[in-house]
Design a protein around this ligand. Structure first.
Ligand code: ZN
Length: 306
């Protein structure tokens, strides 16, 4: 329980509470930890506090803990409306965590990602569905199977323990630990579901040491191959028209061959055009990410750094 001394009322400090709960995730072996409390709740108490929040989730670089404070909402102890509120809050928390976005204060109140600052109970207990922009972001954040690997039984005639029990990406390879037969090291090959640019971009993230329990956040440097990987993803998601895909690829290739101010100008113009594309794209989020990388590339162009 965090104590906010500036106020007489005591609040549960969501950030600190989540930090204390985080070891439970590995102890319990769960993907998410969802907590329901009847304490008043506040977050960001160190810098810009928000009080009287009822739903909280962390940024994706933190352990996945969702907190629901029922304080003052006037909810029944149990019943269909309460069940729905709990389910709605779980959806809001998981999607907020996956998409790494703040809730929207405007727009449809029926979206699980609507902020509901007035704490209206009818919003919380209503039938909800994602608004269009949130649905598109969620699709982009949702993992998709691109391949699978399994050695099968050691001996098909009798039962025994074997099989992959963990698989982690580490500096360009997937290391799969086998219960009975050692280690398999796998490398991705381009296919219709993943491009050579995406694989090359993934390999730019290098860790000297990796412990999956630390959940390090991968960040990709602003490079041409990362930009091309985003373009490939936009081709798969139909987030840009065929003409725009072609034009963007040509412009990236041209900018890569030139240097200094000319490169900077070409990339600045491209980033601005992509900003326009983002306003009409069905995959707005990805176009914005591409525009962000191109802008960073433009900013480093004059110094010659990439
Ligand atoms: Zn929404």
């Amino acid at each position: 329980m965090g104590d906010c001394s500036s106020r007489k009322t005591r609040y549960l400090d969501a950030d600190r509470f989540a930090e204390r709960l985080s070891p439970l995730i590995s102890q319990l072996g769960v993907h998410y930890l969802s907590v329901i409390t009847d304490e008043r709740m506040a977050c960001d108490t160190a810098d810009s506090p928000t009080y009287e929040i009822y739903g909280w989730w962390p940024s994706p670089d933190k352990p996945p803990i969702l907190i629901f404070s029922t304080n003052g909402l006037g909810m029944e102890p149990k019943g269909p409306a309460t069940d729905r509120a709990i389910a709605n809050l779980a959806v809001s928390g998981i999607t907020g965590y996956l998409m790494d976005v703040d809730s929207h204060t405007r727009g449809p109140r029926s979206c699980p990602n609507y902020y509901n600052p007035d704490r209206k109970l009818d919003v919380l207990t209503s039938r909800q569905s994602f608004c269009k922009p949130c649905a598109a972001k969620l699709r982009a954040a949702h993992p998709k199977e691109i391949a699978f690997f399994d050695r099968g039984a050691v001996d098909g005639t009798k039962p025994g323990d074997a099989g992959t029990w963990s698989a982690y990406w580490y500096n360009g390879y997937i290391y799969s630990s086998e219960i009975a037969r050692g280690l398999d090291v796998l490398e991705l090959a381009p296919s219709g579901l993943i491009s050579a640019n995406e694989i090359a971009a993934a390999k730019l993230v290098h860790l000297d040491y990796f412990n999956a329990q630390d959940q390090p956040k991968a960040t990709w440097p602003a490079t041409f191959v990362v930009a091309r990987a985003y373009v490939d993803q936009l081709e798969r998601s139909n987030g840009l028209s065929v003409e725009r895909l072609k034009a963007v690829r040509q412009e990236l290739a041209r900018a890569e061959k030139i240097q200094g101010q000319a490169r900077r100008d070409a990339l600045t113009a491209l980033a601005s055009a992509l900003g326009q594309d983002a306003s009409t794209s069905t995959d707005q989020w990805k176009v914005q990410k591409l525009a962000g990388v191109v802008t960073e590339l433009a900013n480093t162009a004059v110094t010659g750094a990439q």
